[in-house]
Design a protein around this ligand. Sequence first.
Ligand SMILES: C[S@@+](CC[C@H](N)C(=O)[O-])C[C@H]1O[C@@H](n2cnc3c(N)ncnc32)[C@H](O)[C@@H]1O
Length: 310
Amino acid sequence: MMNTIFKRDILEGLNSAPKQLSSKYFYDEKGSEIFQEIMQMKSYYLPGCETEILTEKSQEIISRLPNPTYDVVELGAGDGTKTALFLDALLKSEKTINYLPLDISPEILEVNKDFLIEKFPDLNILPIAGDYFETLEKIKPRKNPKIVLFLGSNIGNFEGEKAVAFLKFVRQYLVKGDLFMLGADLKKHPQTILKAYDDPEGITKRFNLNLLHRINRELEGNFIPENYDHYASYDPLSGTTKSFLISKIKQNVQVGGQAIDFEKNEPVHMEISQKYNISDLIQLRENAGFKTDHHFTDSQKYFSISLFEY
Ligand SMILES: C[S@@+](CC[C@H](N)C(=O)[O-])C[C@H]1O[C@@H](n2cnc3c(N)ncnc32)[C@H](O)[C@@H]1O
């Protein structure tokens, strides 16, 4: 099933103009491992800033949660290291919680569960593997008040109106008083942003090229990854970072039984990462139909964890 959808999406992307590959497919086992390396990179300031906010401001965030019990639902949960800081603060505030991590990568959900069970042996963890667009409805029958976490600047992967549509999609599964907690990267000096997506060690390049290895393995592809470069750009006017693979030569590749032609220097769009001002986040909240917003930032004001109430 998964393989059919993967094949459909990859072929659709490679047959479109310009060519594109969806960033949600970066995270196979190897991709999740490389992403953990990215999180350790000095130039990739995002997790450090978000960790600072969760360390310093979780209590302040929790003071805005009126109920004694919550289902903590996390979309694109990843390895759970940052989430642990928030869960710890919730437990210390004597909230009763269930934790429901949703991720497309079953491997990272295993890592997440092992890590959190060791830290919080009594925590009720209910992992849900799959694309959150398909799996979020599994939370619908649950009656506890909810706080939905969407951390790690994941919102940045949705361009323009798609971010509003995503929040509206999540809102369908909430009731009045439920909360949405959003980690968003803020606009800052363009060089600081660009360096985060274009490290000299080439880890980000490896992360992007890994998707070609995955296609080779799962869709009988014959990409030669060395024939592609990684290129990243940031536009300070729109606040959008984009990353591409660039075909270094004219070449023909087989994927899932189809032949795909690449021109020399042809780009393949891989990922966008949108940056926000607080005013952009307020606009996003209003457009998506949430009632209130509060914003918690790190000391450099590089990153915001924003709490929206439905
Ligand atoms: C950038 S990582 C962030 C992980 C974590 N939230 C953090 O802040 O460290 C994105 C995570 O979202 C997951 N993901 C991406 N697209 C997804 C989708 N459509 N459905 C479910 N999970 C998805 C990936 O597997 C990955 O673990």
